[in-house]
Design a protein around this ligand. Structure first.
Ligand code: ADP
Ligand code: ADP
Length: 229
């Protein structure tokens, strides 16, 4: 089943006299439980697309549907509810609260969610069971990002949108973080879209979507997805 249906979406940023066409009549379906990687040069529109899918930004024209609900012109209340209940966001920077342990950082989110998992369970899913009571400063960058992933999945979102989650990490650490995302995708079936420059990890994805100048220029299907190891 299709979870996101994107129909002819364009996004134009106007800065004074200058118009930037971030997305150009883009069409895309994302399927339930799939793991998609978005590649493409800087400025090709990847973040803009992800932000629209997550209800953080609004397209200039076109439509996008989440589970057959047209969210294109949804009001703030609807979009806020959608973001809160259905979407987990992961960014380059972890935004953990330094004075709280890993467990407490995750617990902050589970306190306000409808059907949360236990913080311990979320942290175990990303391989951090032995780091529950560590503070962010006691964790490596890769571990901090995995806490951020645990925080994002603990509310059991339907989709996980990840904007360069490995942008601040070296290749090997980035690979571990992406493997944690693949593991979560397998265990929970959360539809996952990941922007990355790390083409080496594209083999983990069900589909690799390449963008350029606001358009999708290639979609590669991985029939034999590499098992995360
Ligand atoms: P990517 O994620 O592939 O690097 P973005 O979606 O961030 O690409 O950006 C696509 C284009 O839109 C770029 O030219 C970028 O400069 C422009 N852009 C993105 N956000 C804004 C904004 N808030 N205001 C003006 N231009 C923007
Ligand atoms: P950039 O790559 O330009 O530094 P980010 O990837 O950090 O931007 O963020 C992408 C978009 O998501 C931005 O429009 C930003 O306002 C928004 N954003 C960043 N962090 C959060 C957050 N913690 N919660 C909600 N929105 C966020």
């Amino acid at each position: 089943p299709v979870i996101f249906h994107v129909e002819g979406i364009s996004k134009v940023y106007r800065m004074g006299e200058v118009e930037v066409h971030a997305l150009r009549s883009l069409n895309l379906d994302l399927y339930e439980s799939e793991f998609v990687v978005l590649l493409g040069p800087s400025g090709s529109g990847k973040s803009t697309l992800l932000n629209i899918l997550g209800g953080l930004d609004i397209p200039s024209s076109g439509h996008f549907y989440f589970r057959n609900q047209d969210l294109t012109n949804a009001n703030d209340a609807v979009l806020t509810r959608f973001r809160r209940n259905s979407v987990g966001f992961i960014f380059q920077f972890y935004n953990l609260i330094p004075s709280l342990t890993a467990r407490e950082n995750v617990a902050l989110v589970t306190e306000i969610a409808r059907h949360p998992m236990k913080p311990e369970q979320a942290l175990e899913l990303v391989g951090l069971r032995d780091r529950l009571d560590h503070f962010p400063a006691q964790l490596s960058g890769g571990e901090q990002q995995r806490v951020a992933i645990a925080r994002a999945i603990a509310k059991r979102p339907e989709v996980l949108l990840c904007d360069e989650p490995t942008g601040a990490l070296d290749f090997q650490t980035g690979k571990i973080v992406l493997e944690a995302l693949a593991q979560v995708n397998q265990e929970l079936g959360t539809t996952t879209a990941v922007i990355t420059h790390n083409a080496g990890i594209a083999g983990m994805a069900d589909r690799v979507i390449t963008m350029r100048s606001g358009e999708i220029t290639n979609i590669q299907y991985n029939e034999h997805k590499l098992a995360p190891s």
